[in-house]
Design a protein around this ligand. Structure first.
Ligand SMILES: C[S@@+](CC[C@H](N)C(=O)[O-])C[C@H]1O[C@@H](n2cnc3c(N)ncnc32)[C@H](O)[C@@H]1O
Length: 207
């Protein structure tokens, strides 16, 4: 369903069997980051989005843990959360020996108790969660003062696009942050392992 005003697309994500997807998930260049060039492109972006000093990073819907691993390699302490046992298993294997813990749970209500974080990192997950405004408010409450959101999202496909446009996400974040910065990512083929022409972006918002 497309809203004429903001092109918000209703999530079809509940139809995805993430356990079934897990085995082949890392085959996509931007998922597995196996290509050194793609990996370096994500590492460079992440370095500019995450705090300069070692920080506590909460990676929600962490999948197989590819971004969690980059964050850990950059010196951050990472907590990953995913609802799929098969994804969690792969992320735990990928992060073994790192300053990281991977939890099974709902990204919308992460099982982290009273723990607070410097960064909530989310890639390609928020768009598919019901009530993103409510979810963002909950995530804001998991951030320490001065903490930040790093949200990588997009609108994928042209015939039947799915996702959340930057315009809508920044409008939601404007209620929570006075410092919202959008970085357009579609023009950097190294991130995706190919040229893309749909909307892809990151938002960094400090609270
Ligand atoms: C498109 S993948 C993105 C994975 C990872 N963020 C990345 O960029 O490589 C979506 C991930 O979100 C997870 N997921 C979807 N809905 C979730 C929810 N409500 N709570 C926790 N994880 C969820 C899926 O299991 C899957 O691992």
């Amino acid at each position: 369903m497309t809203n004429a005003n903001d092109r918000v697309v209703a999530p079809a994500d509940s139809e995805v069997d993430w356990d079934a997807e897990a085995a082949g998930f890392d085959d996509e260049p931007d998922h597995g980051l196996r290509d050194p060039g793609v990996r370096a492109a994500w590492a460079a972006r992440l370095r500019t989005w995450l705090p300069e000093r070692p920080a506590d990073v909460l990676d929600l819907g962490c999948g197989t843990g590819s971004l969690s691993l980059l964050a850990a390699e950059q010196g951050h302490r990472v907590t990953g959360v995913d609802s799929s046992p098969a994804m969690v298993e792969r992320a735990r294997a990928k992060l073994a020996g790192r300053a990281a813990v991977i939890l099974r749970g709902d990204a919308a209500a992460p099982p982290v108790g009273e723990q607070r974080y410097d960064t909530v990192l989310v890639r390609h997950v928020l768009w598919a969660l019901p009530a993103p405004d409510r979810v963002l408010r909950h995530w804001r409450d998991l951030l320490r003062p001065g903490g930040r959101f790093v949200l990588v999202e997009g609108v994928w496909g042209t015939l039947n696009p799915v996702g959340i446009p930057a315009e809508r996400l920044t409008a939601l974040l404007a209620r929570l942050s006075a410092d919202v910065r959008v970085e357009r990512l579609s023009g950097d083929p190294m991130l995706w392992g190919k040229a893309v022409d749909d909307e892809r972006y990151a938002v960094v918002a400090t609270v």
